[in-house]
Design a protein around this ligand. Structure first.
Ligand code: PLP
Length: 364
């Protein structure tokens, strides 16, 4: 046999440059690094799903257009199924957006620090990325916005075909102010994608701007507020023509029948979801106070996680000490402007207490 890989082409240049995006999955007792919900979905939902599974015809392909699921999602937002696109997690939704509206010769704008997969997926589809910088308060300021949006020729590498915003912003925590999003929507030359993975924690949603703005796309997920990260289901709300374009880059039957069923059933439990969001928000404020009491600087959060600066300490060292104590948080010290920062997901009270105790040890 010839040496392994001898007749194999190298991956294309963009792929070779990709460092990949992976939050480490270390086996620890307390996992607070990927912003999942700390509680399982309602027991009643699991019962309903088990009962309904017998009715799924697994020998048949699923509904290729996932019409019932899309209608149920749309009903949550007061729109019809034609305004809803669903995929296997919101990352896959973002990928479909970049495949349909991005690609080689086009550019995407991001405002760092923000969700790392926006530029990552854009680059994977061959796009150039324009990196805007957030200001001292980690918000998008007007002059930086103007710089990023008006830098060059239409949709070329310097004129973004897609502008990504994240509200609430991961990893910083705050929802984008309404006037910022309105300004971006008013001045962007292409598509504006507002990633609302943590949207139910915020006081407002960019979906309010959808009726007047056919170039706006709002992306959401079942992974966080719905306690269903294991299901891998996300969606976009957008103009029907955008939804149509997203379907054109989607593989046939991409959403399996069990997922379509589970997603529909989950939406019947909206009250439990809202109660869970309220509980997590209250617990978040307890954690914020405790971080302050430890002499650290937590940033304001409208999400189920808190960014905090380990003032006077090396963030990587603190992260390592936490891992040694079997607590995993997200080390974001490599992100622009966040050199001394870590991000912790709000867990159960017991998990948060374990984290705070371990943090006390790490800082001592
Ligand atoms: C801002 C943001 N968007 C999207 C995602 C991806 O979520 P999903 O599980 O739906 O792919 C995450 C997950 O952490 C996120 O933080």
């Amino acid at each position: 046999m010839s040496s392994p890989g001898a007749r194999r082409p190298a991956p294309r240049a963009e792929v070779a440059l990709m460092a990949g995006y992976h939050s480490p999955q270390i086996d620890v007792a307390v996992r607070l690094n990927t912003n999942e919900a700390p509680e399982p979905p309602p027991a009643a939902l699991l019962d309903e799903l088990c009962g309904a599974l017998a009715g799924v015809s697994l020998n048949r392909y699923p509904d290729r257009e996932a019409l019932e699921l899309r209608a149920a999602v749309g009903a949550q937002h007061g729109v019809g199924a034609e305004h809803v696109y669903c995929a296997n997690g919101s990352n896959e939704v973002l990928q479909a957006i970049c495949l349909a509206y991005g690609g080689a010769g086009r550019s995407a704008a991001v405002f760092e620090p923000s969700y790392a997969l926006h530029p990552h997926i854009a680059r994977l589809t061959g796009m150039t990325v324009i990196e805007g910088a957030r200001d001292e308060e980690l918000l998008v300021d007007e002059s930086e916005l103007a710089r990023v949006l008006t830098a060059g020729g239409r949709f070329g590498p310097a004129d973004p075909a897609i502008v990504f915003l994240c509200s609430p912003n991961n990893p910083t925590g705050r929802a984008e102010p309404r006037d910022t999003v309105e300004r971006v929507v008013a001045s962007a030359p292409g598509l504006v994608v507002v990633d609302e993975a943590y949207g139910q924690f915020a006081r407002w949603s960019a979906s309010e701007l959808l009726p007047d703005n056919p170039h706006l796309v709002v992306v959401r997920t079942f992974s966080k507020t719905w306690s269903l990260a294991g299901l891998r289901l996300g969606y976009a709300i957008a103009d029907a023509e955008v939804v149509d374009a997203l379907f054109r880059v989607t593989l046939p039957y991409h959403l399996d029948a069990v997922k379509q069923l589970a997603g529909r059933l989950a939406l019947r439990h909206v009250d439990e979801m809202r109660e869970r969001v309220a509980r997590i928000s209250a617990e978040r404020e307890r954690v914020v106070h405790a971080l302050r009491a430890l002499g650290l600087r937590p940033f304001p959060s409208d999400a189920n996680f808190v960014l905090f600066e380990v003032t006077g300490h090396d963030a990587r060292e603190v992260w390592r000490s936490l891992v040694r104590q079997s607590v995993l948080v997200r080390d974001v010290s490599g992100f622009p402007r966040l050199a001394r920062c870590l991000r912790v997901t709000i867990g159960t009270a017991a998990e948060d207490d374990a984290f705070l105790a371990a943090l006390g040890v790490a800082l001592s």
